[in-house]
Design a protein around this ligand. Structure first.
Ligand SMILES: [Zn+2]
Length: 304
């Protein structure tokens, strides 16, 4: 962990493909910054989604990294799942584990087409819910919070999750842009830390704290164009927002990569746990069990 030096705005990006983690000790705050570049391209390339779904998934992946980056890189996993009863989007799932990221969306293409080019969150999900699950490694427990999918964005729903389920004041900014160069997505998460302690997964604190209000005003001044501007490094963004603070400690977070646990071996292991009569029902006429990985849009034929 190193204190942040004066960083010119044009400094080259030292956090390309990585999370940047920071703390502001005097304000009892911590934050995460990330830009998804090639990892986002790889995840999207596994699917053939129309623009509104691509946009939605890109935002969800940024959020999964920002929230996943709050837990220790020790096998802990963070999963986001957005679900609806009657929306055009039936299900969105993203998860993050030690820098590995994956996600997919299940949607009704015909209904989506009726919604136009820029459907609102409500138009996509109707009455929907967002479930966020922290599976902490080493027996530290599993926590799940469920909040309604309200507001203008998934980011807002995530802020509500932290506020309602964890009583941790949190500000999230997420920017997604699609143009000729493909899809770019980036985000900032800042939250208040109880007792100034970094590294605690469960934090309870007062919601109206003057130190937090100050940090939230500074962080809230970040514009979407700045988040996405390739000429502005993540360090430069942190510097721009918080350079008047006594100290900002910056730390290299996990390298971000597309990752999935699907493999023939994995599915064989899962299928071997089923009773033989169930496996018999699953086999096709060639004696093979076909398993789909929705994250990778791949089908596996398992002989088991
Ligand atoms: Zn997969």
């Amino acid at each position: 962990m190193a204190a942040m030096d004066a960083t010119p705005d044009t400094a080259p990006e030292t956090y390309a493909g990585r999370l940047l983690a920071f703390t502001i000790p005097s304000r009892d705050a911590r934050g995460r910054l990330v830009r998804l570049d090639s990892t986002l391209d790889e995840i999207l390339a596994a699917h053939d989604y129309p623009p509104p779904i691509t946009h939605l998934l890109a935002e969800a992946l940024v959020l999964a990294v920002l929230m996943g980056g709050l837990v220790k890189d020790d096998g802990s996993q963070v999963t986001m799942q957005a679900q609806t009863e009657a929306g055009a989007v039936r299900l969105l799932v993203c998860d993050y584990k030690g820098g590995e990221l994956r996600g997919y969306v299940d949607f009704d293409a015909a209904r989506l087409a009726e919604l136009g080019a820029n459907p609102s969150l409500f138009a996509l999900f109707g009455k929907g819910y967002l479930a966020i699950t922290f599976d902490l490694a080493r027996g530290k427990g599993r926590y799940q919070g469920i909040v309604p999918l309200e507001g203008d964005s998934l980011a807002e729903a995530c802020e509500r999750y932290f506020y309602q389920s964890e009583q941790v004041p949190t500000l999230i900014r997420c920017a997604v842009r699609s143009d000729g160069d493909g899809v770019r997505a980036a985000g900032l998460l800042v939250q208040h830390l109880a007792e100034g302690e970094e590294g605690r997964e469960r934090l309870h604190t007062k919601l109206d704290h003057p130190e937090w209000e100050h940090v939230a005003i500074l962080a809230g001044s970040l514009r979407h164009e700045e988040l996405l501007d390739p000429a502005l490094s993540l360090e430069a963004i942190a510097w721009r927002l918080f350079h008047e603070e006594e100290e900002v400690r910056v730390e290299r977070g996990a390298a971000i990569a597309r990752g999935c646990r699907c493999s023939v071996e994995h599915y064989r292991e899962v299928l071997e746990r089923f009773p033989e009569e169930d496996r018999e029902d699953m086999r096709n006429e060639d004696g093979i069990v076909l398993v789909d990985c929705a994250f990778c849009s791949k089908q596996f034929g398992i002989e088991v």
